[in-house]
Ligand binder design. Structure first.
Ligand code: 2RA
Length: 349
């Protein structure tokens, strides 16, 4: 039985961690919710209708690592960079959802369905990085294609939900959409959680652009799959777009492969992959959508792949449409599946 701290417990990902723990994803002795000073006194168990054995909410300064088995951080890169290693060096298994440690060579960057071996060698560091949400669904769809015919190039365009911007992002989309429906002239102003008004709009900029014109989010989509798939020379071109959708990220993925494939062989490889749901052309619809993926817990835990096709003029080029819940598959569930893997591989206990 584990004592698990959920750092950032009141945030969008932290709340999903609590809900998944409440659902019994790993055996829990006690959950310690960690939040900011202004959250002290909140009874998250009651607020969220949880039956988990919960300690009182504490701040990170007051979190005692003694007796703690795991800490899942979802409180941003600055807090992780400042606090995660303190807990890891005290023997706590830290799974960090931020970008703080992902590209550090000594820190495993893990998607359990893709590179579980990254957690094989004990005693590794007690610090494991959770990839970016849009990376996780991408590599879970790319892995079977790589095994089928070898990946050469990847081009991905993402259509990322407001929940990627947390509780504030969700609120801004709802309020902005309501304002426009009430008064079409209320077009919103630059700024806010996404830098631009999102309702009834598209914002092709997630994070700051670097001097090459790539945004922070696109840089993650280029670098993280190379580390997770063990393909340091994989060519990846990415465009990340924020779209006025509350939940679930969608991605249009185009790959070039080393070997020729058929639509049937690609569909079969995807359908045979645990944790993926493949939508064949004979199905109706032959594609997933954010609204339907978010509707049921069993679907929120899967990566959904549709519009599966091979380019008519090039049998080494395939295209996919990939949808997944960015709060579960892209963050909380992947982090807790890393804890599950840690239990199985002896990283814990
Ligand atoms: C986003 N991937 O969607 C980033 C962080 N969650 O905003």
């Amino acid at each position: 039985m584990l004592r698990i701290a959920v750092v950032g417990a009141t945030g969008a990902v932290g709340r999903e961690c609590l809900a998944l723990l409440d659902g019994g994803i790993v055996p829990v002795e006690q959950v310690v919710p960690v939040g900011s000073a202004r959250s002290l006194g909140r009874d998250l168990g009651n607020e969220l209708g949880l039956s988990l054995p919960m300690a009182e909410l504490v701040t990170l300064d007051d979190l005692d690592p003694a007796g703690l088995d795991v800490a899942v951080f979802s409180a941003g890169a600055e807090i992780s960079a400042r606090e995660a290693e303190r807990l890891a060096s005290a023997g706590v298994l830290v799974v960090d959802n931020s970008s703080a440690f992902r590209m550090r060579p000594d820190v495993p960057l893990v998607v359990p369905q893709v590179n579980p071996g990254a957690l094989d060698d004990r005693p590794g560091p007690n610090l494991v990085a959770n990839p970016n949400c849009s990376t996780i669904q991408l590599v879970r769809a790319l892995k079977p294609l790589h095994e089928l015919a070898g990946l050469e190039d990847v081009v991905v365009a993402t259509y990322q939900a407001a929940s990627g911007g947390g509780v504030r992002g969700l609120r801004e989309l709802a309020e902005g959409s309501r304002a426009i429906l009430d008064d079409p002239r209320a077009q919103g102003t630059p700024g806010g959680r996404f830098g631009q008004p999102l309702s009834f709009n598209l914002v092709p900029e997630i994070g700051l652009q670097d001097d090459t014109g790539l945004t922070h989010e696109e840089r993650k989509l280029v670098r993280e799959p190379r580390k997770i798939l063990g393909l340091p020379d994989l060519r990846v071109s990415a465009t990340a777009v924020r779209v006025p959708v509350f939940d679930c990220h969608s991605e249009a993925v185009h790959v070039r492969l080393r070997e020729p494939v058929t639509t049937e062989s690609v569909e079969a490889a995807l359908a045979a992959t645990p944790g993926l749901r493949a939508y064949g052309r004979s199905q109706s619809p032959s594609y997933p959508m954010p609204r339907t993926v978010f509707a049921r817990p069993e679907d929120r835990a899967l990566v959904h792949v549709g519009r599966i096709r091979v380019e008519p003029e090039d049998d080494r080029a395939a295209a996919l449409w990939v949808v997944a819940d960015n709060l579960w598959v892209g963050a909380a569930l992947n982090a807790l599946q890393i804890v599950e893997l840690g239990l199985k591989n002896g990283w814990l206990g």
